[in-house]
Design a protein around this ligand. Structure first.
Ligand SMILES: Nc1ncnc2c1ncn2[C@@H]1O[C@H](COP(=O)(O)OP(=O)(O)O)[C@@H](O)[C@H]1O
Ligand SMILES: O=C(O)[C@@H](CO)OP(=O)(O)O
Ligand SMILES: [Mg+2]
Length: 418
């Protein structure tokens, strides 16, 4: 085995271990074990909702009256007693989203103040839990969110707009549940763990305003009809008094896990940030500038080193290729370190899907670009066309995990050895 092959294997091990450490099962059970709850209604939304619901059913069992899971297509792992399980569209909502959300609203509509809704929230919830505001259609929401996503808007901007077009986001779901109470367990996939942004904060007071939403649409040059503008001008709740929130997992945990596995494998780990953001290809260059500093000057960490970054970059999609922000970061990184020895990078979405592809991300090294060229791929052109998936496929650099059952943002690891 060559050095580079060994490092690729080690980086895969680090990623696998870290994702296992942020599966929500244990954290949900720990949180629920000491609770006295009777007649609980459970609503679970997002890409990790099936696992969160399963852990809940294991702990609360008989105390559950009824539960509903809404997760992304291909993310259900089977039946759970007393639960109805829906799969729906992501990152754009679809008819199944609306159907499942209506079922949730029906379930919580006549509860009393003695009832509790256990609300299990994970990223993906914005697309998977949706009932358009009066005067807005599903198509309106699909079009506006699609445009925002492709223009490189970050998750705060995207969800500020989503919250103002919805009957269940930005605290409005909590109003539906009242007078019953909500206990909300949250798996965070948003920079800074902002509770009003994760899945668009269905039970959390909204910190954004109608004016913010309109300014974001203007910034990205997205035109809306007057009737949509009027809907956006209806303000979201700024206080919610029937919900308590607890964060049970986040990107911090996944970075810590990566650091401990790196130590086990003999690397000096350093977590640089848990809030990486910006255009994916620019982030790649910045990350590799640090790698080069480590190689040249053993700064700010000595070789063998594991550089760890958590967060979520964005991509302005200009071409018509296939990819995701992690694959795009990996491709740009491959171009930056072409020909270099003993450097390997992995960039991975912890949910197991990066963009509209079946890959979780990519693992690249100094020979990736040569491998692409050998198979007739011009990596610069592919990057220009946002076709990172096919570029990484040609060099054998895609990381494919399938849905992981969790969702705590993205992790980037760089291994450097002598
Ligand atoms: N060809 C592409 N290359 C890079 N990114 C893309 C491409 N097509 C779509 N995307 C990005 O993928 C994002 C959705 O990816 P996804 O992994 O589902 O996000 P999340 O995990 O945060 O839900 C969109 O915001 C869009 O910018
Ligand atoms: O649902 C959402 O709003 C976001 C953030 O929580 O999740 P994802 O990026 O996975 O769609
Ligand atoms: Mg996201």
């Amino acid at each position: 085995m060559t050095k580079s092959q060994k490092m690729r294997q080690e980086i895969s091990e680090i990623i696998k271990y870290s994702i296992e450490k942020v599966l929500p099962d244990v954290a949900v059970k720990e949180e629920l074990n000491n609770l006295q709850l009777n007649n609980v209604y459970v609503v679970a939304i997002g890409k990790a909702s099936w696992r969160m619901a399963k852990a809940t059913a294991d702990v609360l069992g008989k105390c559950i009256k009824k539960g509903i899971v809404i997760t992304k297509y291909g993310h259900s792992e089977g039946n759970i007693e007393k639960f109805i399980i829906y799969e729906a569209g992501h990152p754009l909502p679809d008819e199944n989203t609306i159907k499942a959300t209506d079922e949730v609203l029906k379930m919580v509509s006549n509860l009393s103040e003695n009832d509790t809704v256990l609300f299990l929230v994970s990223g993906g919830g914005s697309a998977l839990f949706e009932k358009p505001a009066e005067g807005v259609t599903l198509e309106n929401i699909m079009k506006i969110t699609d445009k925002l996503m492709k223009s490189g808007a970050n998750i705060y901007e995207l969800n500020t707009v989503r919250k103002h077009l919805s009957q269940v986001k930005g605290g409005r779901f909590a109003e539906h549940v009242a007078p019953a109470k909500l206990k909300v367990l949250v798996l965070s996939d948003v920079l800074g763990d902002r509770l009003d942004m994760i899945a668009s904060g269905p039970a959390y007071p909204d910190s954004t305003t109608s004016e913010d939403a309109l300014l974001i649409l203007k910034k990205y040059k997205i035109n809306i009809d007057e009737n949509i503008k009027q809907v956006i001008l209806r303000e979201t709740p700024k206080s919610v008094n029937n919900a308590t929130h607890t964060i049970i997992g986040n990107v911090e945990k996944v970075c810590q896990a990566a650091a401990s596995k790196a130590i086990e494998l003999g690397y000096n780990p350093m977590i640089f940030t848990t809030t990486l953001q910006g255009e994916a290809r620019e982030a790649a260059k910045f990350i590799m500038s640090i790698a080069k500093e480590v190689i040249k000057n053993n700064r700010p960490v000595g070789v063998p080193a594991a550089l760890i970054f958590g967060g979520e970059t964005t991509v302005q999609v200009r071409g018509n290729g296939v990819g995701g922000r992690n694959q795009e970061l990996a491709l740009a990184a491959a171009l930056d370190i072409a020909g270099m020895k003993n450097v390997v990078l992995a960039s991975v979405g912890t949910d197991g899907t990066d963009g509209p592809t079946d890959a979780a991300g990519g693992i690249i090294d100094g020979d990736s670009v040569q491998r692409m060229k050998n198979s007739g791929v011009n990596p610069v052109k592919y990057l220009e066309n946002n076709d990172s998936y096919n570029a990484l496929k040609s060099s054998g650099d895609l990381l494919i995990t399938g849905p992981t059952g969790t969702n705590v943002n993205d992790i980037i690891v760089v291994l450097i050895s002598d």
